[in-house]
Design a protein around this ligand. Structure first.
Ligand SMILES: N[C@@H](CCC(=O)N[C@@H](CS)C(=O)NCC(=O)O)C(=O)O
Length: 208
């Protein structure tokens, strides 16, 4: 397998790297510069791999490219301990994967990118306030859900936890308020055997 990732740490790529580490799957990588203008992911050769011009993309051994971090997680997790065996359990996992992409990543990942690499300069005050409020809302929903629970879906460590861990683990350092339930859950994820940290930032701007 071959993973297209980025030269700077990407939470979306990290989700896939974290699951591949847990599954002990060997793979090769190509790291693209998403800070260049245009981003290397927008060049014609990459657009033939992912017309949406974004990493991560996992190219399977038969050459089939698979884009969208959470789709990649779902593909890799089939018939492994990282996906519940019940129909409802799998739907609960999907519930969190969609939550991550619609209510969490668009705010917290963007906030992280602006904090370390992009700057907030091109955004209006309203837009900046919305990013912060909606990101905090997502963290507060997780905090409430995790009361009395060990993991997000069906009391088992699954790709729901891997998907949400990627950007939640950076949230406090970039100025969000992270509650005790989420903090304990982050620790539980980090204590799983096989856990790996996100790649270091070669630009040195991001400590996470
Ligand atoms: N929904 C996508 C989002 C992927 C995404 O936003 N990737 C960013 C890096 S984290 C990217 O490739 N940015 C470069 C660009 O948009 O040109 C996923 O979950 O994979």
């Amino acid at each position: 397998m071959h993973l297209y990732t980025s030269t700077i740490p990407s939470g979306n790529a990290y989700k896939v790297e974290l699951l591949l580490a847990h599954l002990k799957i060997q793979y090769e990588t190509t790291s693209l510069n998403i800070l260049s203008t245009p981003s290397e992911t927008r060049k014609p050769e990459f657009l033939t791999i992912n017309p949406n011009g974004r990493i991560p993309v996992l190219v399977l051994d038969d050459g089939t490219p698979l884009a969208e971090s959470n789709a990649i997680l779902f593909y890799l997790a089939e018939e492994t301990p990282y996906l519940p065996s019940t129909k409802l359990g799998r739907a609960h996992v999907l519930q969190w994967l969609f939550f991550e992409q619609y209510s969490h990543e668009p705010y917290i990942a963007v906030w992280k990118f602006c904090t370390y690499w992009g700057g907030f300069g091109s955004r209006s005050e309203d837009e900046i306030a919305k990013l912060k409020t909606r990101g905090q809302d997502a963290l507060d929903i997780m905090e409430k859900h995790l009361e009395g629970k060990t993991f997000l879906a069906d009391e088992m460590f699954s790709i729901a936890d891997i998907a949400l861990y990627a950007y939640t683990s950076a949230a406090e350092a970039i100025g969000f308020s992270v509650g005790e339930n989420v903090k304990k859950w982050l620790k539980r994820v980090e204590e799983r055997e096989g856990h790996v940290r996100i790649n270091k930032d070669p630009t040195g701007k991001c400590p996470l």
